[in-house]
Design a binder for this molecule. Structure first.
Ligand code: PBG
Length: 327
């Protein structure tokens, strides 16, 4: 058989396959999202996200210890307050839940890199990501609150803030307040391209943040669009974002690729709660091999162009990297 080009030549044996691998990933790019709640002695499993827990601040160190052992050194905190109100005041309270978590984590785990999700939906009585004017989320009034939230998180010990609200102009507003207060070196990871997605369902159960009426389509993006992703990403670059995030990940791999090609900043992708829950549910029924799915989906996100991956599977992925299964 006359054939000079044989693609299979480079697939013979694990050593060769690994040498010619096109996508390389590293534990340093993993961020673990974690839920912290009020109370003490609490480590409560999230029913829609088996294997994920809500931790009271005193229980949080056990998880941070585990992450450290696995080599995951970046954590993003979501706070679950006891009390909610119309303007989400718990989100910027000095003794707010997430502020307490930052203080403790910074003190006991100084080597960890701590990131704050900046949003209001876990803290507002109506569950929307901003201040309401009737049933409309008032963009410009919300900016003042988001800026306050970001500042309070940084003052409490956050190394980076990540606004996820999707209001126009929030990166600029947050950059200004941080700079005015001397935090010129604190980076902003913008959830620049965030779609209105059914994949957030389990998260909203976990955080009790489902909107009490309507949906988030007047601020999060329509999933039919990808040119709009470019517009959002470029705007945030102009406003001073340091990292651009695309969210969710799996149904938006094309968007990750597009943003990666157009933007010079690091690109992050968030494998959200519904992506985690889908794999968990299918695996628990014996329909798929969980570990193999974790590896393949993670590699797909990096292959699409992500530099950074936020995932509830961070610890497992780190272990698989150590074992040489992926990476
Ligand atoms: C807050 C926020 C959400 C997520 C991250 N930040 C929920 C939402 O927008 O409704 C979703 C994360 C996940 O599903 O894992 N706005």
């Amino acid at each position: 058989m006359e054939m000079t080009i044989r693609p299979r030549r480079l697939r013979n044996g694990a050593v060769l396959r690994k040498m010619v691998r096109e996508t390389r990933m590293d534990k340093s790019s993993l961020i673990y999202p974690m839920f912290v709640r009020e109370g003490s002695g609490i480590r409560e499993e999230i029913s829609t996200m088996p294997g994920q827990f809500r931790y009271s601040v005193d229980q949080m160190p056990y998880k941070l210890e585990e992450l450290t052992k696995a080599g995951v050194d970046k954590v993003m905190f979501f706070g679950i307050p006891d009390h909610k109100d119309a303007c989400g005041s718990g989100a910027y309270a000095q003794d707010g839940i997430v502020q307490k978590a930052f203080c403790k984590a910074k003190e006991e785990f100084p080597h960890l890199y701590l990131i704050g999700d900046v949003c209001m939906c876990e803290y507002t009585s109506h569950g929307h990501c901003g201040i309401l004017q009737g049933e409309y989320v008032d963009n410009d009034r919300t900016l003042e609150y988001l800026a306050k939230i970001a500042l309070s998180q940084v003052q409490a010990g956050a190394d980076m803030v990540a606004p996820s609200d999707m209001m126009d102009g929030r990166i600029g507003a947050i950059r200004r307040i941080l700079d005015d207060n001397g935090y010129v070196e604190t980076p902003i990871m913008s959830y620049a391209v965030k779609y209105a997605s059914a994949f957030y369902g389990p998260f909203r159960d976990a955080a009790g943040s489902a909107p009490s009426f309507g949906d988030r389509k007047a601020y999060q993006m329509d999933y039919h669009n990808s040119r709009e992703a470019v517009k959002e990403a470029l705007l945030d670059v102009e406003e001073g974002a340091d990292i651009i995030m695309v969210k969710p990940a799996l149904s938006y791999l094309d968007v990750i690729t597009r943003v990666r090609e157009l933007v010079d900043l690091p690109v992050a992708a968030y494998g959200v709660s519904g992506e985690y829950a889908m794999i968990k549910a299918a695996a628990s029924l014996g329909y798929v091999d969980e570990d193999a799915m974790i590896c393949e989906t993670a590699a797909s996100v990096y292959r699409a162009g992500a530099d950074i991956f936020l995932t509830y599977y961070a610890e497992k992925i780190a272990r698989f990297m150590d074992e040489g299964r992926i990476g």
